[in-house]
Design a protein around this ligand. Sequence first.
Ligand code: CA
Length: 235
Amino acid sequence: MTTSHLILLIEDDIQTRRFLKSSLNHRGWQTVEADNGKTGLAMLNSENPDLVILDLGLPDMDGIAVTRRLRQLSDLPILILSARSQEQNKIMALDAGADDYLTKPFGSGELHARLQALMRRISRGIANQEIFETGQLRVDLTRRKVFVGENEVRITPIEFRLLSILIRHAGLVVTHRQLLQEVWGAEHIHDQHYLRIYLGQLRHKLEINPARPRYLLTEMGVGYRLAVDDHSSQD
Ligand code: CA
């Protein structure tokens, strides 16, 4: 028996909040709600949630500032909600420490897939696992070996670093900036062509059809996401 997780919703739009609450409660998650940034930050202490869903367009505070403050106060997973017009804010919030995002409008299937990936971060700690597996792809993180089905695939050290960062965030988006900074260093955070080249190489090695990747997904304008098989998240 697992205890029910508590999710803090910081969102001023009442309809979105109602949708989130009913969708989450239906799946057995508990929720508490705040309709502005200040109240939300205060509830972090008073309610002790396991995860935060944060709208970027709040009446009192900039969502990026809320994200920064949340990150100073805790290591909780943060899922941001953004409107299509907030593309740049979304990227800034991710770079400020948010773990993933949903673009409005979103469905409950998408919401739960994101939450599953985030909760995996809490419950198991992907960083500590030795073998990562999804579909036909198997990565031995300690021996630095990669297999597709039965076949070992030879990948370069840079490709391996990129892949292991995506594995650490399996199911979650990783921004261009995060990847560039971790693999090549801060002076290369604008060299997005590096990523296109190396992700292209990785796809050719790991994907059955590199033009229609199943594992290494592009998040247009934002970054990349390693897709995971998650049967429990399918509606
Ligand atoms: Ca809003």
